[in-house]
Each structure stands twice: as C-alpha cells, then as structure tokens.
Design a protein around this ligand. Sequence first.
Ligand code: FES
Length: 67
Amino acid sequence: MPITYTIDGITVTAEADDTILTSATKAGIEIPSLCFDARTAIYGACGVCLVEVEGVPKLLRACSARP
Ligand code: FES
C-alpha cells in the first residue's frame, strides 16, 4: 500500500519497497548519492545521501531508509 510524504513541500508517493532515495527520484527530486552512480566503484556506504527527517534526531541515509 503506497504512502505519501513531503520533501521540501513536494508530495512524494512511496511503495512498500521504496527507499527515500528511490521514491524521491521517481518524483523528480534529486538527492545526491554516489553508491548508485555507475561511474563509481562500490566502496561501502558513501554517506552523500544523508537527509534530515522531521521528528528523527539523527540524519538518515536516503538510499536505505524507508519513508
Ligand atoms: S548513496 Fe551512498 S550511502 Fe546512500
């Protein structure tokens, strides 16, 4: 069952298997990331995709956090 949430005032719809990064990308919102860039080799977690989520006291990795 999809959910909706907002990023910078833009409504985003996420399916159950979406991360913040995948749902944002589908909505046309760019969240910088290196782990999924074909031009870079995989080397652990880059941390470039960190996002602030209202009500969460720490930054989350958009590529792994679910909305
Ligand atoms: S894109 Fe690298 S940690 Fe999320």
